[in-house]
Write a protein that binds this ligand. Sequence first.
Ligand code: NAP
Ligand code: MG
Length: 477
Amino acid sequence: MRNVADGVEVGTDAGREVEDPATLEVVDSVEVCAPEGIDQTVRAARAAFPGWAASGEDRQAALTRVSAVLASHEDELAILLSREQGKPLAQAYQEFRGSRRILDWYAALADADEILRETPEERVLTKLTPIGVVGMITPWNFPITILGMKLWATLRAGNTTVIKPASTTPLSTLRMVQLIAEVLPPGVVNTVTGSGAVGQHLASHPLVDKVSFTGSTEVGREVMRAATPGLKRLTLELGGNDPAILLDDVDLDAALPMILRSAFHNAGQVCQAIKRVMVPRHLYGDVVDGLVTLANESFVVGRGLTEGVTMGPVNNFAQRETVRGLVADARKRGAIVHTVGRRIDADLPGYFLMPTIVAGVEADWPLAATEQFGPSLPLVAYDDLDRTIADLNAGEFGLDASVWGRDEDAAIDASLRLEVGQSFVNTHAGPPDPLIPFGGVKGSGFGRELGLQGLEEASQLRVLKVHRASVPATVGR
Ligand code: NAP
Ligand code: MG
């Protein structure tokens, strides 16, 4: 599948194969873009910038056309996404619908200057103005949702874009951009494909004014380094290791199904998934039994396109090996690994992993202390809440945390003591909501997407001050 630059398909579709993680068949191939090609694409985005930046109303109209195009190609796009990513088809549809919900929200948002002072003598206001060319680098877990969290606000703000999708999931992004390029001015949305080196080239390109990255903390540092000489604006949405903390008065019947859903959605490959559960020691046995029983009823593992499947394979070989290694390590240290759910499509050779609930884990073992990013949920017993909160705050990440208890005030109090971007009480994350800003602190990155903050993040603030001639200026004060 070919890239889009300056409104047309460019380059070749030979280079790097994209495999279906369930069947290991090649779905399609994409080009590994060379520096000259990336340079041309960035120049096309730069050339398109003044025209696209000119009128907010025109952009609103254009984004409304984009939404209609995406709605009419939903089936083709969802199937392609399920095939390259591995996720159940229904969840691939959810990605496109969720992305369109964000798109529609930003398309409906009118320009609004903020008047700071309006007097007979002067008029002072601030405006949001676009930044320029925004390079976007996206990961493989939610190729379309995560792109949507960046792209629609960035376009609404008046920027033009060059997107570098992940190497294992570029196809749904490329096809989507091919389709929407037909209703946008040339050069407004462009793509480049290839490995991390292509991402580096984009992030360091002198004509790229901002880089918006979602992915691992380690690569986030490299992106920041690449963007530093050009003093580029940055949004970094990085890793997470979200804890769910159960309090003594937790309502287990309500909490356990929600915790399971959060932990295993998309085979656990969710930056905002619950990745460890902290359980008061006296409830530990009940929690293990409850989760294992529920999980056995809940998960059907197979190919995303097979009817009835609720969990697909892990997206790629490296990720499966990482998760397997972390679970094996916990087992060696004495944990009890409960393998749960049902497998169908047992003849398929892909990167399948059965979900596991891992009991008897200590908070500092790698399975609990690092971001496992797969279908494995460690349960950690605790005795002292204050100590648990202090230990969690000493960790690297700060994306989300949830606290679960019947006494809402006590749960809110505990949740606000955790150093995170999002504090949840009796719930955890959920699909992106265009109204609600999202982002991390500490090792989980900085900057916000979605909401008005997402638009501000894609803009720069301009001050306009008008002196009114009817009032003489004071000279020689
Ligand atoms: P990754 O390895 O960091 O890759 C993310 C993107 O960066 C991919 O497009 C990748 O390209 C590219 N890349 C790799 N090396 C690069 C470099 N040196 N310079 C510039 N770009 C480079 O992450 P991943 O393995 O795809 O995704 C899993 C990670 O993403 C997890 O840590 C997860 O928590 C995080 N994540 C965070 C959020 C969030 O919103 N906070 C959301 C989803 C995922 P290639 O694919 O070609 O290597
Ligand atoms: Mg990677």
